[in-house]
Design a protein around this ligand. Sequence first.
Ligand code: TRP
Length: 440
Amino acid sequence: MAGGRTEFSSKLGVIAATVGSAVGLGNIWRFPYEAGTHGGGAFLICYIFFVLVIGVPVICAEFTMGRASRLGIPGAFRYGHNSRKWEGIGYLGILAAILILGFYSVVAGWTFEYIIESVSGAFQDTTADERHIHFEDFISGWRAVGWTICFLIINAIVSLGGVQKGIERVSNILMPLLFLILLAFCINSAFLPGFNEGVSFLFHPDFSKLTPDVILSALGQAFFSLSLGMGCLVTYSSYFSDRTPLVKTAAQIAVLDTLVAILSGLVIFPAVFSFGMSPAEGPTLVFEVLPGIFNLMPGGMIWSTLFFLLLAVASLTSIISVSEIVVTFLSDEFKISRVKSTVSVTSITLVTSTLCSLSFGPLKWLNLFNIFDYVSSNILMTLGGLGVCIFVGWRMSPADAREELHGKAGVPMWLYSTVMFIIKYLAPVCIGIVFIAGLL
Ligand code: TRP
């Protein structure tokens, strides 16, 4: 315990919780359709490049802030100096977390409905049009709001358990389960007639597809998928022990997160090609196309149920990490109990996510869902990522940063210098380009 702050109790717990945060709708829902609409292999190469070269060092930067200060955001931005000048970046992160909770829990809620419908065999013998109408109908009504509320209540229960008995314990159970389900899907996928076509779509790079737009989407996707830019990993690392090796953990998260994204691609594309669909279907791929495909397979009901269970598990561990940003913030800054901070976060989110959910129905004119998504992903997360790099690279004392990354269970000096070089120069430049391009 550092200064009485709880810590994750094991190495497995650290990996399960952080990978649980990273692996989410971003990997299973967003990655396949981003890759599908941006030319497959060419997108994948850019994505992997950004994860390794920019992603890993930025994870290291977030970890450095969290563990050095033993505070979530915005507290970590006060570390090592007394002014409150940098705190504003932290508050942007808190705002981003509240916005993400609003729309992410809506999509997470949909997965519950689709689990129930898969079990009851509702997708059997349906046409694409029927599924489309059904989906539109469902997301625009109060049933979707109900499922979102269920999701938030489960999230609150985990959060009330605290870091060790809530987050760590649940992640230790759910993450192995997630990998098992994914493995079952991969084995099944290898036997589909469209396997080779799916694999070659995902891995065969067509460099003529490499436009600036593809490159920007790949960087944005890398940030979203690794949970970067809003203090999520700052918050989790404030509960790491001094023995947790930061650079190694960052690399492990990046590898496992990318593995899940690629495996999801290997599950989805062969299925799409086997049943003569287009991989460039976009965001509705998962909810409208896949249930139809699964029900054409032998044992379709089971596959479809397992798939939405996979999505639900992945979203839950991610939502937990986003809400923890705000829970930790309230507890750190206002010295209130976890119960009070959890109740506050849940109450706010119940309101915002209901408004987001109704954006598909009565509140279509307002469309908060898209606004929240756009503002958090395109503006706040990029600014936050930039802020973290500049803070760790230029504001924090170099001795403190070196102690976290090189001193305590650290890496050799040359690797530390490389990571620091990227944090100081390369990452801010790349993130800056994405930000400006995103606004244009
Ligand atoms: N990384 C998660 C996903 O891939 C989403 C997520 C969780 C996230 N925490 C975050 C995104 C913090 C940005 C910042 O679905």
